[in-house]
Design a protein around this ligand. Sequence first.
Ligand code: NDP
Ligand code: GDR
Length: 376
Amino acid sequence: MTKTTTSTKSALITGITGQDGSYLAEFLLEKGYTVHGIKRRASSFNTARIDHIYQDPHIENARFKLHYGDLSDTSNLVRIIQEAQPDEIYNLGAQSHVAVSFESPEYTADVDAVGTLRILEAIRILGLEKKTRFYQASTSELYGLVQEIPQKESTPFYPRSPYAVAKLYAYWITVNYREAYGMYACNGILFNHESPRRGETFVTRKITRGLANIQQGLESCLYMGNIDALRDWGHAKDYVRMQWLMLQQDQAEDFVIATGKQYSVREFIGWTAEELGMQLRWEGQGVEERAYWVNAPAALGRAAGQPVVQIDPRYFRPAEVETLLGDPTKAREKLGWEPVITAREMCAEMVSADLAQAKQHALLKRHGYAVNVSAE
Ligand code: NDP
Ligand code: GDR
């Protein structure tokens, strides 16, 4: 049963500068919350996704407050939580890239696993166990080498990356603090969700941005890893609604959030090309597989026989998660949640945003400005 929120509530979001953090902040502000967010100190601005909701702290009754902080810094987290006294904490901050976690496994463990513990402990140290509800951004990556299709709340975990192993710790420490200390703490086991705000190096955005750039003559080829991987892709806007719903129940419980539909990376490439009016012809197999742009305009001056998509084994992962498909029945039955936006509609929205940006960059380039379009 969903309770209605009041405008006096406050929330703290870690990872507010990320994809989900930005949508969740918008959502909570609309509901009347005071929203606190933790942003990391960086040498250049990293707030592009939340600049449109920024409020000058000098304004009386500002409801959007940013704090410098880091999930690796215990005393900082304690101080921010003490200051904010939040009714709800959404722990979305993480080193969230699976491939990068193989490069930086220790950092990933510190932030994604121990970082979660640091927040839970801060709640306890400050005596906020009864006041502050806690949401943990768990992940379908926990299922890794899948033991059951589709995956639901009771499916056994088998993580396949340092990221997933760190998130496994975070999952269980959240359950443990709920059971040990009676805290309202829960896990949303979210399957992949995307949007025009998705980080540029995740596969969907890499594809929509890469092909849009190619169509505008800014790049020549999109280099991909395992395009046979299967994912259950939803839209981030639908998923942040569910994150909030999970904290409005009488009892804390864990939920799988997914669409129940699965597509391959190759299909996503095909949708993107269709949206851009690019006809692709695929040839070859395995690492030799390539796609050619059949109706490329001559004006782009592409070299004859230049593939538009090519496989680069550099993007293969040391251990891959080949297939993920979620069963969101519990979320539908208990919370009345259903995703609204389909994967195909989401792809169209992402292409439209990336094409608009590519056109701007192409214009700048024609006028002699340097533009950086790389996405490693
Ligand atoms: P993003 O990568 O877009 O955002 C991650 C956020 O975490 C950013 O705000 C980032 O800050 C912040 N962050 C990174 N390291 C630290 C740190 N050391 N201390 C504090 N903050 C840090 O992720 P998403 O928005 O896509 O995902 C949100 C959460 O949900 C993550 O925990 C992710 O693992 C999880 N998840 C995501 C899914 C998805 O498909 N999107 C599916 C399942 C789970 P900065 O901007 O400075 O880099
Ligand atoms: P994932 O998302 O690893 O599922 O983690 P990502 O989009 O990175 O990869 C999805 C699948 O596509 C394959 N792939 C490629 N991936 C990337 N990034 N780049 C490529 O060039 C490429 N080619 C093929 C991958 O191998 C993989 O199989 C995301 C993150 O948001 C996590 O934080 C979150 O927990 C999970 O989703 C659910």
